[in-house]
Design a protein around this ligand. Structure first.
Ligand SMILES: Nc1ncnc2c1ncn2[C@@H]1O[C@H](COP(=O)(O)OP(=O)(O)OP(=O)(O)O)[C@@H](O)[C@H]1O
Ligand SMILES: [Mg+2]
Length: 442
């Protein structure tokens, strides 16, 4: 959902803190670097876009009131001078003259405070080269002058970027949303470069806002980069049912005709979403899909039944989407779990999943990865909410993870059945009912 709300509800504390961190930009000073983290749908993107708009609005106000002041002073002085010279002054200030006419274009440009707010989503722009050229190109209006998508060395791009920022004579705030994609794909090199731009700038300064729903993402980066970034960390908490209710109410009033939604439907959607991680995106899509279900069934208002059907549809869609986009080895590990689940195996462990996984890889003709990697896949599938993997302790015998499917098994198998990479594996005759790998020589 790409909609950016005009009003952000229940995020006053967060917007104020972010505004404080960026307030130095209004005075032309270097703002703090910020790291915003929080679970999906907690309003990180919406807040960062909202604060960007507010900041630019504020700068415009400051610039025009400053210009007004400069103009008024000029005319006051002019009137006094003329009065001193006994020249009669008729009827106040000439409104046709602006700052540029009075001070000249160059001086007028100099008294303006420049603040640029550059938003980049690292899900789409995820390499060092593309991030740096994207930032530089926001300063270049002539298409012919823009930096190419490929072909320059990093050093060349950094030099051009520094030149663009320096010539801007202002404060440049760079927002890297979903920064975990960038770090995972391209490492922390680009953050290192961005964190050190200020060392080479005299006329301008930069600030960085990094956003991620993975709070641990900065633990992975080099201590040197972390220290030069010196990030101010802000955590966005999940919304509770009352907060979600207000967000939904506000949106429903804009989205639906009168009488289509009721307070009880809003409360129901808010309660479901609060139970599932307090995700505003999920709450909003539950309400919107409830509306679609009602419309499709010919009803003129949403009732509880529509919301229940919408909930099922959303759950199925999101599980399918997650499964569909998994890398191949994760898909095979999940298939290994799913087949054991279907066979009614009661104790699915990392070891048993690994055995099945190896077998499936062999059938598919690809090399199996190590047990350690498959154990990581199990953790990843658990984080995604597709499986539960609870550690059970057997006292002196050690500990093991007991795995079970958390998502609906038929949704997973329907998704696999439509997946060209996996569908053949599902129906392999050779698949052992309780797979065992030979580990000793007989
Ligand atoms: N406080 C709020 N008031 C109104 N709408 C909100 C609020 N918070 C979030 N939303 C809406 O909820 C949806 C999800 O919010 P957003 O995209 O900002 O979440 P996010 O924290 O960036 O999630 P992710 O980690 O998945 O990127 C958006 O449609 C957004 O407009
Ligand atoms: Mg976001």
């Amino acid at each position: 959902m790409g909609y950016t709300p005009k009003i952000l509800l229940h995020r006053n504390e967060e917007t104020n803190r972010l505004a404080m961190a960026l307030s130095d930009a209004l005075g032309g000073q270097t703002p703090s670097n910020v790291f915003i983290c929080g679970k999906p749908g907690t309003g990180k993107t919406a807040t960062s876009k909202f604060i960007g708009e507010q900041l630019l609005k504020k700068i415009k106000e400051i610039n025009s009131s400053y210009k007004r002041m400069v103009l008024n002073n000029f005319f006051e002085e002019l009137t006094e001078d003329l009065a001193d010279q006994n020249v009669p002054v008729s009827g106040g200030r000439n409104k046709i003259l602006g700052v540029k006419d009075v001070l000249g274009e160059e001086v007028a440009a100099e008294i303006e405070r420049n603040v640029k707010y550059i938003y980049i989503n690292c899900k789409h722009v995820d390499t060092k080269y593309r991030i740096l050229t994207n930032i530089a190109n926001t300063f270049i209006t002539d298409w012919k002058e823009r930096l190419p998508f490929t072909g320059l060395t990093t050093d060349m791009v950094v030099i051009k970027l520094l030149k663009c920022i320096e010539n801007y004579h202002g404060v440049v705030i760079i927002v890297l949303d979903e920064v975990d994609n960038l770090l995972k794909k391209s490492g922390d090199d680009v953050l290192h470069i961005l964190s050190r731009l200020n060392e080479d700038l005299k006329n301008s300064t930069t600030g960085l806002i990094c956003i991620s729903n993975d709070a641990n993402v900065f633990n992975l980066i080099d201590a040197r980069v972390n220290s030069s970034l010196s990030l101010d960390i802000m955590v966005f908490k999940p919304y509770n049912a009352v907060q979600l209710r207000d967000i939904l109410k506000h949106r429903a009033e804009k989205a639906f005709n009168d009488g289509v939604h009721s307070q009880s439907i809003i409360n129901l959607c808010a309660a479901y979403a609060a139970r599932d991680n307090g995700d505003a995106r999920r709450a909003l899509s539950l309400l919107m899909v409830s509306g679609e279900v009602a419309e499709r069934s010919g009803a003129d208002r949403i009732v509880e039944e529509h919301t229940k059907l919408a909930l099922e549809k959303i759950e199925t869609d999101s599980v399918s989407e997650v499964v569909r986009t998994l890398p191949i080895h994760l898909k095979i590990a999940l298939l290994a779990i799913q087949v054991q689940h279907e066979q009614g195996r009661t104790k699915i462990t990392t070891g048993s999943v690994y055995e099945s996984y190896v077998q499936l890889c062999r059938t598919r003709g690809i090399s199996a990865l190590t047990k350690r990697r498959v154990s990581d896949f199990i953790s990843e599938l658990s984080t995604l909410g597709i499986i539960d993997a609870n550690v059970i302790s057997y006292g002196r015998e050690g500990r093991t993870r007991i795995i079970r499917l958390a998502a609906c098994d038929s949704t997973i198998s329907d998704t696999f059945a439509r997946d060209d990479e996996i569908k053949d594996l599902m129906f392999q005759e050779t698949y052992p009912s309780v797979p065992r790998m030979q580990t000793r020589l007989i």
